[in-house]
Design a protein around this ligand. Structure first.
Ligand code: TPP
Length: 567
């Protein structure tokens, strides 16, 4: 046992450094060599949330980063714990969520001579390609600086995941050099400095927008992360430029705002002559900006913190590099000073298409209420109704059809109230995201999951119940990945098949949470609000028909289809 009464161990310095920088929550799974580190954190006033698997804990920290704009911090044990957390570290980096994953590790000399340590792995080098930056802190006296570097790297420029390798030796090492005052630990000055674009860059963008006959704004989760709602709303309200939100940008401008082109997505993308990307990337989710989804003549204006994002898929005619808030603070007045307004025929075309598509959608939803084969629409409509009445409820969503249909159906009115599978479309983020959202916001959270998606991290229901968090998990159960009807070989279970009668709700009961089981629209309507408003951890198993659900949801076009005939 190391006498830490003078707060001089690496562990003490780490806790002190995090707290000095306003980080008070830790997410993780303990074991050798970090168990006492977590205990010490609790003793020093931090809150430690223990998970059942590291990827959930690291997902939780990533969600905390997105929601608070400070890096979320997760801790894992060495090799296997580290590797379990690595997917979530990579994913946070893809999503641009600020995160620090700290893993206990072995001493360098043992690793470098491959002496076969308990859970020994060269974690520092393994982590490098999966994060924005990896650091290793071999001496207790460097802990303050290492934390400072990790925080700054996670939040400055394009945010992302940082790996901090913490050898067991450093955790327990007494730092005699620094005496009793923890001099190496400090609060960072301006961890994410603002970056303004030049006047030339602004003028170039304004010149293009003011010629636009059919402009369109695409909002990405970067705009949500940077808290640009005020500027974006002003831009849209003053110019009437229609907008399309990517899924995690929903609510930045309320989904029911008259400028939303979401219901006329295809038409607006196909015809827009100037596309203004605000914190959104031209990746697979936007078909790389290519025709036929986009107008091949469209000019692109892109607002992004990271210049390497420009010209990634299309020529960017007006790149605006900087933090989005600073860019918009210059762009909005410059554009509105020109008196620019969107030509009304463009707005009319979008409004007409919206009315047509909304009517079709409303019909489909209405049919879902009474369809004898209970499906997604009937299951999700009551959730949307609830969100319209209680917009300050958070939504976490994963699955394929569940995700896609939920995204289209559930209108968001407030920014950063929706988290989902993100840039990679990863299953298994639900419980980690939901738990961190409840912890960080103190609000009610709904985790809307497909039955397959839920299976990836379902044991963290125990975590949700142990901390008694106000989370309602809705498992849309059609007994399969995408759907529950799949047997290419007679009398053999198909690859997408799961248990169609599984009672996911009973998992909550096992840990003291509430459980609900619904089989039709009316039951869901009667149950959902009660479950959420109880403020208790709960699971609703929504038993839908196994035939419901398209293969790969809305992105079946990405799935190579083979000629499935027996030889
Ligand atoms: N593994 C990970 C980590 N991420 C993935 N996206 C996949 C596998 C492939 N995948 C995509 S969607 C999905 C899977 C396994 C599950 C879809 O089924 P479900 O969650 O039940 O939703 P549904 O379509 O039935 O609503």
């Amino acid at each position: 046992m190391v006498d830490d009464s003078l707060n001089r161990t690496g562990a003490s310095l780490l806790i002190d450094a995090l707290q000095k920088n306003g980080i008070n929550n830790l997410y993780g799974v303990v074991g050798i060599p970090i168990t006492d580190l977590a205990r010490l954190a609790e003793l020093r006033g931090m809150k430690y949330y223990g998970f059942r698997r590291e990827d959930s804990a690291v997902d939780a920290a990533a969600a905390a980063g997105f929601l608070t704009k400070k890096p979320g911090v997760a801790m894992t044990v060495s090799a296997p714990g580290f590797l379990n957390g690595l997917t979530a570290l990579a994913q946070a980096t893809k999503n641009c969520f600020p995160l620090i994953m700290i893993s206990g590790s072995s001493e360098r000399h043992i690793i470098d001579l491959a002496q076969g340590d308990y859970e020994g792995l060269d974690q520092y080098n393994v982590a490098k390609p999966f994060c924005k930056k990896a650091y290793r802190v071999d001496r207790a006296q460097d802990v303050g600086l290492a934390v400072a570097r990790a925080i700054r790297t996670a939040v400055s420029g394009r945010p992302g995941g940082v790996y901090l390798d913490l050898p067991a030796d450093t955790i327990a090492q007494l730092n005699d050099d620094l005496g009793e005052k923890n001099m190496g630990v400090y609060k960072l000055v301006d961890p994410a400095p603002l970056q303004e674009p030049s006047d030339d860059a602004i003028n170039r963008a304004v010149d293009i927008i003011k010629q636009a006959k059919k402009p369109l704004i695409i909002l990405g989760k970067g705009a949500a992360y940077d808290r640009t709602e005020k500027q974006v709303q002003e831009l849209i309200n003053k110019t009437d430029i229609p907008f399309l939100p990517m899924s995690m940008a929903k609510g930045l401008v309320p989904d029911d705002d008259k400028h939303s082109a979401a219901a006329a997505r295809s038409l607006s993308l196909k015809n827009a002559d100037v596309v203004i990307l605000i914190g959104a990337r031209l990746n697979w989710m936007l078909s790389y900006g290519d025709a036929p989804q986009f107008n091949p003549e469209a000019k692109f204006i892109q607002l992004d913190i990271d210049a390497t994002q420009f010209d990634s898929a299309q020529k960017i005619s007006a790149p605006l590099q900087g933090d989005l808030t600073s860019i918009l603070n210059k762009l909005v007045p410059a554009l509105t000073a020109t008196g620019y307004k969107v030509p009304s025929d463009w707005l009319d075309a979008i409004a007409q298409d919206t009315a047509k598509n909304d009517a079709k959608f409303a019909k489909r939803i209405k049919a879902g209420e009474t369809n004898p084969e209970f499906g997604y629409y009937g299951a999700i409509e009551p959730i949307n109704d609830y969100f319209q009445e209680h917009p300050d409820t958070y939504l976490v969503s994963e699955g394929a059809n569940t995700l896609d249909i939920g995204r289209d159906m559930i209108g968001m009115k407030l920014p950063r109230h929706r988290l989902d599978t993100g840039t990679w479309g990863v299953m298994g983020v639900g419980m980690g995201y939901a738990i961190a959202t409840a912890v960080e916001t103190g609000k009610h959270v709904v985790a809307l999951d497909g039955d397959s998606a839920f299976g990836f991290d379902g044991m963290d229901v125990e975590t949700m119940c142990r901390y008694n968090l106000p989370i309602t998990v809705v498992v849309i159960n059609n007994g399969g990945i995408y759907n529950g009807v799949d047997n290419v070989v007679p009398d053999q279970l198909g690859p997408t098949t799961l248990d169609p009668t599984g009672r996911y709700d009973l998992i909550a009961k096992a840990f003291g949470g509430d459980n609900y089981y619904v089989t039709n629209y009316q039951e869901m309507k009667d149950t959902f609000a009660t479950a959420v408003e109880s403020g208790r951890p709960s699971i609703i198993n929504v038993q839908i028909d196994p035939s419901m659900g398209k293969e790969s949801g809305h992105i079946g076009n990405l799935n190579p289809e083979l000629n499935l005939k027996p030889l």
